[in-house]
Design a protein around this ligand. Structure first.
Ligand code: SF4
Length: 398
Protein backbone atom coordinates (compact mmCIF):
# COMPACT_ATOMS: atom_id res chain seq x y z
CA UNK A 1 0.00 0.00 0.00
CA UNK A 2 1.14 3.56 -0.69
CA UNK A 3 0.67 5.68 2.40
CA UNK A 4 -0.21 9.31 2.89
CA UNK A 5 -0.35 11.43 6.02
CA UNK A 6 -4.12 11.12 6.00
CA UNK A 7 -4.02 7.28 5.78
CA UNK A 8 -1.56 7.08 8.64
CA UNK A 9 -3.62 9.50 10.68
CA UNK A 10 -6.78 7.50 10.06
CA UNK A 11 -5.05 4.40 11.47
CA UNK A 12 -3.75 6.30 14.48
CA UNK A 13 -7.17 7.79 15.20
CA UNK A 14 -9.21 4.63 14.62
CA UNK A 15 -7.79 1.37 13.24
CA UNK A 16 -11.32 0.07 12.54
CA UNK A 17 -12.12 3.00 10.26
CA UNK A 18 -8.76 2.49 8.55
CA UNK A 19 -9.62 -1.16 7.91
CA UNK A 20 -13.08 -0.39 6.48
CA UNK A 21 -11.74 2.37 4.26
CA UNK A 22 -8.38 1.10 3.06
CA UNK A 23 -8.38 -2.68 3.51
CA UNK A 24 -12.05 -3.54 2.93
CA UNK A 25 -12.45 -0.67 0.42
CA UNK A 26 -16.00 0.12 1.54
CA UNK A 27 -16.99 3.24 -0.35
CA UNK A 28 -19.20 5.90 1.22
CA UNK A 29 -18.51 8.77 -1.11
CA UNK A 30 -21.92 10.32 -0.77
CA UNK A 31 -21.56 11.35 2.91
CA UNK A 32 -19.73 14.66 3.50
CA UNK A 33 -19.41 16.89 6.56
CA UNK A 34 -20.06 20.57 5.93
CA UNK A 35 -16.63 21.51 7.32
CA UNK A 36 -14.96 19.40 4.60
CA UNK A 37 -17.32 20.87 2.00
CA UNK A 38 -16.40 24.46 2.95
CA UNK A 39 -12.69 23.56 3.07
CA UNK A 40 -12.80 22.16 -0.47
CA UNK A 41 -14.55 25.25 -1.87
CA UNK A 42 -12.06 27.63 -0.23
CA UNK A 43 -9.13 25.56 -1.53
CA UNK A 44 -10.61 25.64 -5.05
CA UNK A 45 -10.98 29.43 -4.92
CA UNK A 46 -7.36 29.92 -3.79
CA UNK A 47 -6.18 27.46 -6.43
CA UNK A 48 -7.89 29.50 -9.14
CA UNK A 49 -6.44 32.70 -7.68
CA UNK A 50 -2.83 31.50 -7.98
CA UNK A 51 -3.21 29.59 -11.24
CA UNK A 52 -4.70 32.62 -12.96
CA UNK A 53 -2.27 35.06 -11.33
CA UNK A 54 0.52 32.98 -12.86
CA UNK A 55 -1.11 33.54 -16.25
CA UNK A 56 -1.20 37.29 -15.42
CA UNK A 57 -4.98 37.34 -14.89
CA UNK A 58 -5.81 39.33 -11.78
CA UNK A 59 -8.92 38.33 -9.87
CA UNK A 60 -10.67 40.92 -7.74
CA UNK A 61 -12.21 39.97 -4.42
CA UNK A 62 -15.61 40.17 -6.19
CA UNK A 63 -14.42 37.67 -8.84
CA UNK A 64 -13.35 35.24 -6.12
CA UNK A 65 -16.60 35.61 -4.19
CA UNK A 66 -18.59 34.95 -7.37
CA UNK A 67 -16.50 31.85 -8.01
CA UNK A 68 -17.02 30.71 -4.41
CA UNK A 69 -20.80 31.16 -4.84
CA UNK A 70 -20.74 29.21 -8.10
CA UNK A 71 -18.76 26.33 -6.57
CA UNK A 72 -21.03 26.30 -3.54
CA UNK A 73 -24.17 26.01 -5.72
CA UNK A 74 -22.70 23.50 -8.16
CA UNK A 75 -21.37 21.16 -5.49
CA UNK A 76 -24.04 21.36 -2.80
CA UNK A 77 -25.88 18.06 -2.29
CA UNK A 78 -28.41 16.63 0.13
CA UNK A 79 -25.99 14.31 1.93
CA UNK A 80 -23.93 17.10 3.46
CA UNK A 81 -24.18 16.75 7.22
CA UNK A 82 -24.07 19.49 9.83
CA UNK A 83 -22.99 17.93 13.11
CA UNK A 84 -22.82 21.11 15.18
CA UNK A 85 -26.49 21.83 15.31
CA UNK A 86 -26.18 25.36 16.65
CA UNK A 87 -24.80 26.37 13.22
CA UNK A 88 -26.66 26.20 9.91
CA UNK A 89 -25.81 26.17 6.21
CA UNK A 90 -25.72 29.97 6.03
CA UNK A 91 -23.20 30.18 8.90
CA UNK A 92 -20.84 27.84 7.07
CA UNK A 93 -21.35 29.61 3.75
CA UNK A 94 -20.42 32.97 5.32
CA UNK A 95 -17.51 31.34 7.16
CA UNK A 96 -16.01 30.19 3.83
CA UNK A 97 -16.41 33.71 2.39
CA UNK A 98 -14.65 35.14 5.43
CA UNK A 99 -11.73 32.75 4.91
CA UNK A 100 -11.35 33.84 1.26
CA UNK A 101 -11.67 37.53 2.12
CA UNK A 102 -9.11 37.35 4.94
CA UNK A 103 -6.60 35.71 2.65
CA UNK A 104 -7.27 38.15 -0.20
CA UNK A 105 -6.88 41.25 1.97
CA UNK A 106 -3.69 39.95 3.56
CA UNK A 107 -1.90 38.82 0.39
CA UNK A 108 -3.05 40.90 -2.58
CA UNK A 109 -1.40 41.37 -5.11
CA UNK A 110 -0.13 37.79 -4.46
CA UNK A 111 3.44 38.39 -5.58
CA UNK A 112 5.25 37.63 -2.32
CA UNK A 113 6.91 34.60 -3.95
CA UNK A 114 6.78 32.74 -7.27
CA UNK A 115 4.14 30.01 -7.25
CA UNK A 116 5.39 26.87 -8.95
CA UNK A 117 2.47 24.59 -8.30
CA UNK A 118 -0.98 24.33 -6.76
CA UNK A 119 -2.52 21.07 -5.55
CA UNK A 120 0.84 19.60 -6.46
CA UNK A 121 1.08 15.79 -6.28
CA UNK A 122 4.22 14.54 -4.53
CA UNK A 123 5.55 11.00 -4.09
CA UNK A 124 8.69 9.84 -2.34
CA UNK A 125 10.23 6.81 -0.61
CA UNK A 126 11.06 6.67 3.07
CA UNK A 127 13.83 4.10 2.52
CA UNK A 128 16.51 3.53 -0.09
CA UNK A 129 14.99 0.23 -1.26
CA UNK A 130 11.71 1.98 -2.07
CA UNK A 131 9.62 -0.33 0.07
CA UNK A 132 7.88 2.44 2.02
CA UNK A 133 6.15 4.90 -0.27
CA UNK A 134 4.47 8.18 0.63
CA UNK A 135 2.14 10.27 -1.49
CA UNK A 136 0.35 13.58 -0.96
CA UNK A 137 -0.84 16.88 -2.41
CA UNK A 138 0.64 20.24 -1.45
CA UNK A 139 -1.88 23.10 -1.56
CA UNK A 140 0.74 25.43 -3.01
CA UNK A 141 4.50 25.43 -3.56
CA UNK A 142 6.36 28.71 -4.05
CA UNK A 143 9.95 29.88 -4.12
CA UNK A 144 11.94 33.07 -3.79
CA UNK A 145 15.73 33.51 -3.72
CA UNK A 146 16.32 29.78 -3.27
CA UNK A 147 13.89 29.48 -0.36
CA UNK A 148 11.03 27.07 -1.03
CA UNK A 149 7.68 27.24 0.71
CA UNK A 150 5.01 24.57 1.26
CA UNK A 151 1.69 26.32 1.89
CA UNK A 152 -1.28 24.65 3.54
CA UNK A 153 -4.69 26.34 3.81
CA UNK A 154 -6.61 25.57 6.97
CA UNK A 155 -10.30 26.31 7.47
CA UNK A 156 -10.54 24.69 10.90
CA UNK A 157 -12.09 26.46 13.85
CA UNK A 158 -9.18 25.99 16.25
CA UNK A 159 -5.53 26.99 16.27
CA UNK A 160 -2.78 24.46 17.03
CA UNK A 161 0.18 25.21 19.29
CA UNK A 162 3.58 25.98 17.74
CA UNK A 163 4.86 22.81 19.40
CA UNK A 164 2.31 20.65 17.57
CA UNK A 165 3.19 22.32 14.26
CA UNK A 166 6.90 21.72 14.89
CA UNK A 167 6.13 17.99 15.08
CA UNK A 168 3.47 17.96 12.35
CA UNK A 169 3.99 15.06 9.99
CA UNK A 170 2.10 16.22 6.90
CA UNK A 171 4.10 19.30 5.97
CA UNK A 172 7.36 17.65 7.03
CA UNK A 173 6.56 14.98 4.40
CA UNK A 174 6.15 17.80 1.91
CA UNK A 175 9.55 19.18 2.89
CA UNK A 176 11.14 15.80 2.10
CA UNK A 177 9.40 15.81 -1.29
CA UNK A 178 10.47 19.38 -2.09
CA UNK A 179 14.09 18.73 -1.12
CA UNK A 180 14.17 15.65 -3.33
CA UNK A 181 12.68 17.51 -6.27
CA UNK A 182 14.65 20.73 -5.86
CA UNK A 183 17.93 19.70 -4.19
CA UNK A 184 19.27 23.22 -4.76
CA UNK A 185 16.73 24.58 -2.20
CA UNK A 186 18.65 26.61 0.39
CA UNK A 187 15.81 26.26 2.86
CA UNK A 188 12.23 24.96 3.03
CA UNK A 189 9.61 26.83 5.03
CA UNK A 190 6.41 25.09 6.09
CA UNK A 191 3.54 27.58 6.23
CA UNK A 192 0.01 27.02 7.51
CA UNK A 193 -2.57 29.69 6.70
CA UNK A 194 -5.24 29.62 9.38
CA UNK A 195 -7.68 31.54 7.26
CA UNK A 196 -10.49 32.14 9.72
CA UNK A 197 -7.98 33.59 12.21
CA UNK A 198 -6.15 35.63 9.54
CA UNK A 199 -2.96 34.11 10.89
CA UNK A 200 0.04 32.31 9.36
CA UNK A 201 2.09 29.82 11.35
CA UNK A 202 5.53 28.71 10.22
CA UNK A 203 7.83 25.80 11.01
CA UNK A 204 11.19 24.52 9.73
CA UNK A 205 12.74 21.08 10.01
CA UNK A 206 16.38 20.09 10.07
CA UNK A 207 17.97 17.02 8.49
CA UNK A 208 18.01 15.02 11.75
CA UNK A 209 14.31 15.70 12.37
CA UNK A 210 13.38 14.52 8.88
CA UNK A 211 15.45 11.34 9.28
CA UNK A 212 13.74 10.67 12.62
CA UNK A 213 10.37 11.23 10.96
CA UNK A 214 11.24 8.66 8.29
CA UNK A 215 12.25 6.09 10.92
CA UNK A 216 9.10 6.70 12.99
CA UNK A 217 6.90 6.44 9.92
CA UNK A 218 8.49 3.16 8.82
CA UNK A 219 7.86 1.78 12.33
CA UNK A 220 4.23 2.89 12.13
CA UNK A 221 3.78 1.31 8.68
CA UNK A 222 5.28 -1.96 9.96
CA UNK A 223 2.82 -1.87 12.88
CA UNK A 224 -0.10 -1.32 10.51
CA UNK A 225 0.98 -4.11 8.16
CA UNK A 226 1.46 -6.58 11.03
CA UNK A 227 -1.86 -5.65 12.69
CA UNK A 228 -4.30 -8.52 13.20
CA UNK A 229 -6.84 -6.54 15.19
CA UNK A 230 -8.33 -3.20 14.23
CA UNK A 231 -10.13 -1.82 17.28
CA UNK A 232 -12.73 0.93 16.91
CA UNK A 233 -11.48 3.94 18.88
CA UNK A 234 -14.17 6.43 19.74
CA UNK A 235 -13.36 10.16 19.57
CA UNK A 236 -14.88 13.45 18.49
CA UNK A 237 -14.13 12.35 14.91
CA UNK A 238 -16.89 9.70 15.11
CA UNK A 239 -19.42 12.43 14.32
CA UNK A 240 -17.82 12.79 10.90
CA UNK A 241 -17.19 9.08 10.30
CA UNK A 242 -18.72 7.52 7.19
CA UNK A 243 -19.20 4.07 8.78
CA UNK A 244 -21.51 4.55 11.81
CA UNK A 245 -23.76 1.71 10.57
CA UNK A 246 -20.85 -0.78 10.62
CA UNK A 247 -19.17 0.38 13.80
CA UNK A 248 -20.03 -1.28 17.12
CA UNK A 249 -19.39 2.06 18.86
CA UNK A 250 -21.85 4.10 16.77
CA UNK A 251 -24.26 1.59 15.23
CA UNK A 252 -27.03 2.18 17.76
CA UNK A 253 -26.81 5.97 17.31
CA UNK A 254 -27.20 5.38 13.58
CA UNK A 255 -30.16 3.02 14.03
CA UNK A 256 -32.19 5.32 16.28
CA UNK A 257 -31.28 8.56 14.54
CA UNK A 258 -34.06 8.32 12.00
CA UNK A 259 -36.74 6.67 14.13
CA UNK A 260 -39.95 8.61 14.80
CA UNK A 261 -40.62 9.57 18.43
CA UNK A 262 -42.90 6.56 19.02
CA UNK A 263 -40.51 4.00 17.57
CA UNK A 264 -37.57 5.67 19.29
CA UNK A 265 -38.99 5.06 22.77
CA UNK A 266 -40.04 1.53 21.77
CA UNK A 267 -36.48 0.68 20.76
CA UNK A 268 -35.14 -2.02 23.09
CA UNK A 269 -31.68 -0.40 23.35
CA UNK A 270 -33.07 3.07 24.18
CA UNK A 271 -35.34 1.54 26.82
CA UNK A 272 -32.50 -0.43 28.44
CA UNK A 273 -30.09 2.53 28.38
CA UNK A 274 -32.71 4.82 29.96
CA UNK A 275 -33.53 2.31 32.71
CA UNK A 276 -29.87 1.66 33.43
CA UNK A 277 -29.15 5.41 33.61
CA UNK A 278 -32.10 6.04 35.91
CA UNK A 279 -31.19 3.20 38.30
CA UNK A 280 -27.50 4.14 38.31
CA UNK A 281 -28.33 7.73 39.28
CA UNK A 282 -30.62 6.45 42.05
CA UNK A 283 -27.90 4.06 43.22
CA UNK A 284 -25.37 6.91 43.39
CA UNK A 285 -27.77 9.03 45.46
CA UNK A 286 -28.43 6.10 47.79
CA UNK A 287 -24.65 5.43 48.00
CA UNK A 288 -24.13 9.03 49.19
CA UNK A 289 -26.87 8.63 51.80
CA UNK A 290 -25.38 5.31 53.02
CA UNK A 291 -21.97 6.95 53.37
CA UNK A 292 -23.38 9.71 55.59
CA UNK A 293 -25.32 7.23 57.78
CA UNK A 294 -22.25 4.99 58.03
CA UNK A 295 -20.15 7.88 59.32
CA UNK A 296 -22.86 8.71 61.87
CA UNK A 297 -22.99 5.05 62.97
CA UNK A 298 -19.24 4.95 63.54
CA UNK A 299 -19.39 8.22 65.52
CA UNK A 300 -22.26 6.88 67.62
CA UNK A 301 -20.48 3.53 68.25
CA UNK A 302 -17.27 5.29 69.31
CA UNK A 303 -19.07 7.75 71.57
CA UNK A 304 -21.25 5.13 73.30
CA UNK A 305 -18.56 2.39 73.22
CA UNK A 306 -20.97 0.04 71.43
CA UNK A 307 -20.01 -2.64 68.86
CA UNK A 308 -23.44 -3.93 67.82
CA UNK A 309 -26.38 -1.58 67.25
CA UNK A 310 -29.85 -3.10 67.24
CA UNK A 311 -32.51 -2.07 64.71
CA UNK A 312 -36.05 -3.49 64.05
CA UNK A 313 -35.09 -6.36 61.73
CA UNK A 314 -31.30 -5.98 61.48
CA UNK A 315 -28.32 -5.34 63.67
CA UNK A 316 -25.26 -3.34 62.60
CA UNK A 317 -21.81 -4.50 63.69
CA UNK A 318 -19.09 -1.89 63.96
CA UNK A 319 -15.58 -3.30 63.91
CA UNK A 320 -12.67 -0.89 64.30
CA UNK A 321 -9.36 -2.66 63.71
CA UNK A 322 -5.96 -0.95 63.76
CA UNK A 323 -3.79 -1.70 60.73
CA UNK A 324 -0.36 -0.82 59.39
CA UNK A 325 -0.33 1.56 56.46
CA UNK A 326 2.56 1.03 54.04
CA UNK A 327 3.75 3.60 51.47
CA UNK A 328 1.76 3.78 48.22
CA UNK A 329 3.08 2.22 45.02
CA UNK A 330 5.41 4.30 42.85
CA UNK A 331 6.71 6.37 45.79
CA UNK A 332 10.34 6.54 46.86
CA UNK A 333 9.41 5.09 50.25
CA UNK A 334 7.73 2.09 48.58
CA UNK A 335 10.80 1.49 46.41
CA UNK A 336 12.99 1.57 49.53
CA UNK A 337 10.69 -0.94 51.27
CA UNK A 338 10.73 -3.24 48.21
CA UNK A 339 14.53 -3.10 48.18
CA UNK A 340 14.78 -3.87 51.88
CA UNK A 341 12.63 -6.99 51.49
CA UNK A 342 14.56 -8.14 48.43
CA UNK A 343 17.94 -7.55 50.10
CA UNK A 344 16.81 -9.50 53.15
CA UNK A 345 15.57 -12.37 50.97
CA UNK A 346 12.00 -11.95 52.26
CA UNK A 347 10.39 -10.67 49.06
CA UNK A 348 8.94 -14.00 47.88
CA UNK A 349 7.34 -14.65 51.29
CA UNK A 350 5.12 -11.59 51.06
CA UNK A 351 4.74 -10.93 47.31
CA UNK A 352 2.10 -12.28 44.97
CA UNK A 353 1.85 -12.66 41.19
CA UNK A 354 0.27 -9.60 39.53
CA UNK A 355 -1.99 -11.42 37.04
CA UNK A 356 -3.34 -8.16 35.56
CA UNK A 357 0.20 -7.17 34.59
CA UNK A 358 0.94 -10.67 33.30
CA UNK A 359 -2.23 -10.60 31.19
CA UNK A 360 -1.18 -7.24 29.70
CA UNK A 361 2.28 -8.65 28.93
CA UNK A 362 0.72 -11.64 27.12
CA UNK A 363 -1.57 -9.36 25.10
CA UNK A 364 1.28 -7.06 24.08
CA UNK A 365 3.64 -9.98 23.33
CA UNK A 366 6.34 -8.06 25.10
CA UNK A 367 8.32 -11.12 26.33
CA UNK A 368 10.05 -13.91 24.46
CA UNK A 369 7.49 -15.89 22.41
CA UNK A 370 8.51 -19.33 23.74
CA UNK A 371 8.09 -18.16 27.34
CA UNK A 372 4.72 -16.58 26.55
CA UNK A 373 3.57 -19.85 24.95
CA UNK A 374 4.44 -21.71 28.16
CA UNK A 375 2.60 -19.10 30.24
CA UNK A 376 -0.46 -19.35 27.97
CA UNK A 377 -0.74 -23.06 28.78
CA UNK A 378 -1.82 -21.95 32.27
CA UNK A 379 -4.54 -19.64 30.96
CA UNK A 380 -8.16 -20.11 29.95
CA UNK A 381 -10.24 -17.79 27.73
CA UNK A 382 -12.76 -15.85 29.77
CA UNK A 383 -14.59 -12.58 29.32
CA UNK A 384 -14.73 -9.49 31.47
CA UNK A 385 -17.95 -7.61 30.88
CA UNK A 386 -18.14 -3.97 31.96
CA UNK A 387 -21.08 -1.62 31.52
CA UNK A 388 -20.31 2.11 31.87
CA UNK A 389 -22.65 5.06 31.95
CA UNK A 390 -21.59 8.46 30.60
CA UNK A 391 -23.47 11.60 29.48
CA UNK A 392 -24.05 12.28 25.79
CA UNK A 393 -22.43 15.29 24.14
CA UNK A 394 -24.82 18.20 23.68
CA UNK A 395 -25.25 17.58 19.92
CA UNK A 396 -25.85 13.85 20.43
CA UNK A 397 -28.97 14.47 22.49
CA UNK A 398 -32.41 14.25 20.91
S1 SF4 B 1 -17.54 5.74 14.28
FE1 SF4 B 1 -15.70 6.28 15.43
S2 SF4 B 1 -15.04 4.39 16.39
FE2 SF4 B 1 -16.45 3.84 14.73
S3 SF4 B 1 -15.20 3.47 12.93
FE3 SF4 B 1 -15.83 5.58 12.87
S4 SF4 B 1 -14.17 6.73 13.87
FE4 SF4 B 1 -13.94 4.57 14.44
Amino acid sequence: MIYSHSRLQTYQNCPFRFKLRYLDHIKRAEAEGIEAFVGKRVHEVLQKLYEEAWLTKTNTLGDLMNYYDLLWKENWHDNITIVRRKYNKEHYYQFGRKCVENYFQRYQPFDQAVTIGTEMAVNFDLDEAGKYKITGYIDRVAHLDGIYEAHDYKTGASLPSQQSLDTDRQLAFYQIAIQERWPEAKEVRLIWHYLAFDLDLVSKRGHAELEQLKTNTITLINTIEAAKEFPAIESGLCNWCEYPDLCPKRKHFYIVENLGEKDYFKDRGVDLANKYAQLTVEKEKIGEKIKVIKEQIVQYARKENIEIIKGNDHQVRVKITPRLKFPDQETLERAALDKLLQDEGKWLEVSDLNTALLSKTCKQNSWDGALLDKIREFTAEEETVSVYLSPLDEYEKD
